[in-house]
Write a new protein. Structure first.
Lengths: 259, 352, 178
């Protein structure tokens, strides 16, 4: 009998600490499914940052390096340079990538470093308890924006569309934005991840997959409401799809994966 | 073995020694007075087909060193005082995750932007764990271009052996001056210690490797810190190194490291010619400090000489257990004491 | 033997190169050597100084605070060198540019018209080599007998054609010392 669906080998069969409705678990699963499909479990390394995803290393059944907050792309740069035949994944949240680690993210992208960044954008700081992120939407409430994000006040300015910003850099080759709020978006996102990982292993430039993800706990709504909020509030601002694709032409894995 | 001497700046000699020690990757950011070092590495690491990256910041550079070190590679960065302050974040993480690396500080005067002239004001930062948390790391203080090369060459082995950063604490004088230097043969990679903890190349290894400084359970973290401090105690038994001259019969022992120790050597020789019984104690390892030897000399009179407002003098007082009279003479802000200055201070103390 | 020398002039006079060549030759002659340069903020026209030490012993302080000999390449450098030269030290003066007498009556004074000699050889740029020849003769600290080989590694291939003129400058500088 053929097994058509099961627990990914690269994901340990343990319960996560993530909150109900959180998107990290689904994203972990997508990453590990692709790694299994590519047969890369023995040669994958994840750099997990500070934030909720600091737990990532205990769930993945492959090696990991934990780096200071925001320095994830610097660490990933070196790991990939030293081990170019490995699949190196730089897992970052919105605070890690777009606030404290903006310099590292921009310059690693500009150097065309050949690792893949999985950028989890949930428009809020999760682990520290619901503070404003660089991606928090205008008007969205946070503990540090109690009256809603006002670009003129509270210090964080306007929400940052990271991929569009990085698309101007010559070093970026593949930038795509997905979401994990419904089955169709999950399937498409997996396609983006696979395309990015495969591009990495072909030695192409910087690849980043941004994933819009739910944080019902810090948004203070139910898990069911949270997937709706991604659709109604986030996607209109953070448009889904491929933002930049300058990869060498190969078989279109995105179409296949989303069939 | 008679090796041919080359005339080199300290900065360049450190670079050449690192390459011969098997430095696989260098990451840095330009800053005076160490910029010859990053330029040397750019040329020679790339020529040797090794990894070289000029990073966007010191912060990024040290985290690249951390990433490379996590894979088991021999990695290095270099900077000068303000840049080394920026690196303290990464150094703390490396100490917390037991990642070996070599960090070179060609120190200049501070605080703040300060000046670009040589200084020794980074002693506290270097020897007390300059970042956050409970830790120490190896600190080696060369006095010459030759010793800068020798200690750099050795630092990679020490870092690997003890699984921690090894810092070369030089100063702008050591970095900028030229002296004759001979180099040992390139190290055979086969002699490196195994790093079964490193990430990558799993090849069926059952357990995954995590290079990580996270400990969110206080009881477990306390135990881990105790284990690391037990390693520090082992290091204190075998690593301390020093140079001494005429300490046994001395009425006054000069203590200094690096450039100021060279000045003190000259002052001591001048004093001896005048019949003054002066000795010299020069720590080569600033951490672990040669505290045992200093303790054996307690009761003697000391004069600590530094290019700072007085930092190592506190260790001299500490390790002579309050039983010695310890004086201090320092120049700061990029000024270097002269042999004549130190001799005058010696005569003042000995009233001769 | 330990000879501490302080060299001073303005940027472009080759003071730093002179210091480097001095210690390079010293090293090739089996001596311990130290060279420490000082530049002004400007690459040309500013002040240029070099502290050099050659010794048969381990060198203590790399700082030259009371030099045994001082090289005065221009007028501005004279007061500086006079101030630090040790008692009874040797003051070697580029008399082409320094037209006044030193106030240091204790010093052994050697005057060499470096610029004139260099120009006669072919280019004022050899003035530093004239001075180094004089320094060698006056102090005896570095013989410069390995200079030709040193210059071959010091200069790029395209400049090797100037080596004979450099050697001539050294010789004439030495000859100028009475």
């Amino acid at each position: 009998m053929e097994l058509i669906y099961g627990h990914p080998k690269s994901l340990k069969p343990i319960q996560t600490k993530y909150c109900p409705g959180c998107g990290h678990g689904v994203i972990h699963r997508l990453i590990t499914e692709v790694i299994d499909e590519m047969g890369m479990q023995q040669k994958s390394i994840i750099l997990n940052p500070v934030g909720c995803s600091i737990w990532a290393s205990i769930y993945f059944d492959f090696d990991s390096v934990q780096v200071p907050h925001g320095r994830t792309p610097a660490g990933a740069t070196a790991v990939k340079r030293m081990l170019p035949d490995h699949l190196v994944i730089c897992y970052q949240g919105d605070g890690d990538l777009a606030a404290i680690g903006t310099a590292e993210a921009v310059h690693a992208a500009n150097r065309g470093e050949k690792f893949t960044t999985i950028f989890v954008n949930n428009a809020i700081y999760g682990m520290t308890g619901g503070q404003m992120a660089p991606t928090t939407l205008v008007g969205q409430k946070a503990t540090t924006a109690p009256y809603g994000r006002d670009p003129d006040e509270a210090g964080m300015g306007y929400p940052i569309r990271v991929l569009e910003m990085l698309a101007t850099l010559a070093g970026t080759k593949y930038l795509a934005r997905g979401a994990v709020n419904n089955a169709a978006n999950v399937r498409k996102t997996k396609g983006y991840i696979k395309k990015a990982f495969e591009a990495q292993m072909r030695g192409e430039g910087s690849s980043i997959v941004e994933i819009l993800s739910q944080c019902p706990t810090n948004w203070a709504i139910s898990p069911v409401e949270s997937v709706g909020w991604v659709e109604s509030a986030m996607i209109p601002f953070y448009a889904l799809g491929v933002v930049k694709d300058e990869l060498a032409p190969v078989a279109d894995t995105v179409k296949e994966a989303s069939k | 073995m008679a090796l041919e001497k080359r005339l080199m700046k300290g900065n360049e000699a450190i670079g050449e020694a690192a390459i011969r020690a098997g430095c696989d990757a260098y990451f840095g950011y330009p800053i005076t007075p160490q910029s010859e070092l990053i330029a040397y590495m750019a040329k020679h690491m790339l020529d040797a087909k090794r990894v070289f990256i000029q990073a966007e910041s010191e912060v990024s550079a040290i985290n690249m060193v951390y990433g490379a070190g996590a894979t088991g590679a021999r990695a290095m960065t270099s900077s000068s005082s303000p840049g080394v302050s920026l690196k303290q974040e990464g150094i703390s993480y490396a100490c917390g995750a037991d990642v070996p690396m070599v960090v070179v500080n060609v120190a200049r005067s501070g605080p703040g932007l300060g000046g670009i002239s040589p200084a020794q004001g980074d002693y506290f930062q270097s020897t007390r764990g300059g970042g956050h948390g409970d830790y120490y790391h190896i600190v080696l203080a060369p006095k010459s271009v030759q010793e800068a090369a020798d200690l750099t060459y050795e630092a990679f082995d020490l870092a690997d052996e003890w699984r921690m950063p090894a810092m070369i604490l030089a100063d702008g004088m050591i970095g900028q001056m030229m002296e004759g230097v001979s180099f040992p043969e390139p190290k055979d990679p086969a002699t490196r210690v195994a790093k079964p903890w490193a990430v990558g190349n799993r090849n069926g290894r059952k357990d995954v490797n995590h290079v990580d400084s996270t400990h969110l359970v206080p009881e477990e973290f306390e135990q881990a810190l105790h284990a690391r401090y037990a390693r520090y105690e082992e290091m204190k038994k075998v690593l301390p190194r020093f140079e001494e001259h005429f300490v046994e019969d001395a009425d006054l022992i000069l203590t200094a490291y690096g450039t100021s120790a060279r000045v003190c050597l000259g002052a001591m020789q001048m004093a001896r010619k005048l019949g003054l019984k002066v000795g010299l104690f020069r720590p080569i390892t600033l951490w672990p400090y040669p505290e045992k030897r200093l303790g054996e000399l307690e009761g003697k009179r000391f004069l600590a000489v530094e290019m700072s407002m007085g930092q190592m003098v506190e260790d001299v007082r500490l390790y002579t257990h309050g039983k010695s009279e310890v004086s201090f003479y320092g120049r700061c802000g990029g000024m270097i004491p002269t042999e004549e200055d130190v001799l005058a201070e010696i005569r003042k103390i000995l009233k001769k | 033997m330990t000879e501490k020398t302080f060299m001073a002039g303005f940027g472009g006079q080759g003071v730093v190169s002179m210091g480097q060549l001095w210690v390079y030759c010293g090293m090739k002659e089996g001596l311990e050597v130290t060279f420490f340069p000082f530049y002004g903020a400007e690459k040309r026209g500013g002040i240029a100084r070099a502290s050099v030490i050659v010794s048969t012993e381990e060198i203590s302080s790399p700082l030259v605070s009371a030099p045994d000999s001082a090289v005065v390449m221009n007028m501005d450098s004279l007061p500086l060198c006079e101030a630090i030269l040790k008692q009874g030290g040797t003051l070697i003066i580029n008399s082409s540019l320094v037209k006044v007498d030193t106030k240091r009556t204790d010093a052994r004074v050697v005057k060499v018209p470096c610029n004139e000699i260099a120009e006669r050889i072919g280019d004022v740029k050899f003035a530093n080599m004239v001075m180094m020849g004089a320094l060698s003769k006056a102090t005896g600290a570095v013989k410069l007998d390995k200079l030709e080989a040193v210059l071959k590694t010091f200069f790029s291939e395209s400049k090797h054609k100037f080596i004979p003129m450099n050697m001539q400058a050294i010789q004439e500088g030495a000859d100028a010392v009475g």
